[in-house]
Ligand binder design. Structure first.
Ligand code: HEC
Length: 138
């Protein structure tokens, strides 16, 4: 009960704060052109990830993701975060991608917000779009 009270008090505070500061209570507006633009940006990143996945990472040993994962669709991004035995803990998708980058590809791990890492994840997720989220699943 104590928890509920705290939540409603916080909610009331936020409503009050917005009212006082005069911020609009609705989300920012956008139109069809915005959506088209965002979609184009998104697909550009997916395509970049597609290329990186299929041999575009420039690693010295030339091993590529698609040699073991013929396309992004046979891996399961929807099951992350999950426990991975290779890493001995619950990890996000990017940490597992880095495991493959460091081991089979023998390259340096990427920062999780690196543009190539984002592109790889965009491609892998895009290949599995529509699949229900199942975090933790094996
Ligand atoms: C030599 C083979 C090999 C290569 C090359 C390889 N991987 Fe993997 N990958 C594996 C193995 C083995 C696993 C672990 C499977 C498991 O534990 O379920 C794995 C797991 C993954 C997973 C997690 C799959 C899941 O369903 O949990 C992702 C994501 C992944 N790899 C992405 C990549 C990416 C991106 C690349 C290229 C940078 C890559 N892999 C290159 C062998 C490889």
């Amino acid at each position: 009960m104590k928890f509920n009270k705290t939540v409603s008090v916080s909610a009331a505070f936020i409503v009050l704060a917005l009212g006082v500061s005069g911020l609009p209570a609705v989300a920012e507006e956008f139109d069809e052109m915005d959506i088209e633009h965002w979609q184009e940006e998104y697909m550009t990143v997916v395509d970049r990830g597609d290329k990186a996945f299929h041999g575009g990472l420039g690693n010295e040993n030339t091993v590529s993701c698609d040699q073991c994962h013929p396309n992004g669709a046979n891996i399961h991004p929807e099951t992350y975060p999950k426990f991975q035995t290779q890493l001995g803990k619950v990890v996000v998708l990017g940490e597992m991608i880095n495991w493959c980058i460091m081991n089979p590809l023998e390259a340096d791990a990427l920062p999780l917000d690196d543009a190539v890492m984002v592109a790889l994840q965009a491609y892998i997720h895009h290949e599995r779009r529509g699949v229900a989220l199942a975090p933790g699943k094996h």
